[in-house]
Design a protein around this ligand. Structure first.
Ligand SMILES: *[C@@H]1O[C@H](CO)[C@@H](O)[C@H](O)[C@H]1NC(C)=O
Length: 216
């Protein structure tokens, strides 16, 4: 129970920070999302009044490999909307604004169905913690069939993600792509995971590997 409360607090604080960033972004029209985007090799992102008619060139991101064919993730974003999975997103009524971004990022299994007015309906990419994979699988038809254009990037500790047959999360994902050949599921490489842990430590002062602190 204490753990759940703690996580809720973290999510709420996370939302407050994200919201502040969005406000600042809207004031300055330009912003960096250093933590998450540098993890994805996007050095900076322009937050522009919405227009994404220009042709996008996909870029390969070698820290993220497709579970089915081991190909790197191809992604290029002009304008990102990073949507918190906090309950505070309800009643925000920013759905149509979010849906105009060229890349829409969501966390774990954060729902859109029924909340479109507040959080939008498009999802380009879901960043999913290894602990949330079973939650996606509970609703696999929705995530991997109905919304098969969404890219899933799964992160987790090497012991769960290893590909030699003993990584329990990797095994689940492997089974999933066998059942849903259209599903675009990527895993974070061990090297990329260390890099992101390092950034997390630098920006928060906390060692994700030592504490029980979990973020999405
Ligand atoms: C992919 O999603 C679209 C839209 O929901 C659906 O019409 C199509 O059947 C899906 N494809 C597969 C192979 O599930």
């Amino acid at each position: 129970m204490a753990c759940i409360l703690k996580r809720k607090t973290i999510v709420v604080i996370g939302f407050a920070v994200a919201f502040l960033v969005v406000i600042i972004a809207r004031l300055t029209n330009e912003v960096n999302f250093p933590l998450m985007l540098s993890c994805f090799g996007q050095s900076s992102v322009q937050w522009m009044p919405f227009s994404y008619t220009q042709k996008r060139h996909l870029r390969a991101h070698y820290g993220y490999l497709n579970v089915k064919n081991q190909e790197p993730l191809q992604l290029e974003c002009d304008l990102c909307a990073i949507i918190s999975n906090s309950g505070q997103m309800t009643e925000q009524k920013v759905g149509s604004e979010i849906d105009q971004a060229s890349c829409i990022w969501r966390m774990n299994n954060a729902p859109t169905k029924g909340y479109e007015e507040d959080v939008g309906k498009r999802t380009t990419i879901r960043v999913v913690s290894h602990t949330s994979v079973p939650l996606l699988l509970k609703n696999a038809d929705y995530f991997f069939k109905e919304t098969n254009s969404t890219i899933y990037v799964i992160w987790g500790p090497f012991r769960n993600m290893r590909k030699d047959g003993s990584g329990i999360v990797y095994n689940m994902l492997k089974k999933t792509v066998d059942s849903y050949p259209e599903a675009k599921i990527y895993v974070t490489t061990e090297k990329r995971m260390s890099y992101c842990d390092e950034i997390f430590k630098k920006e928060t002062g906390k060692d994700r590997l030592q504490g029980s602190l979990m973020t999405s």
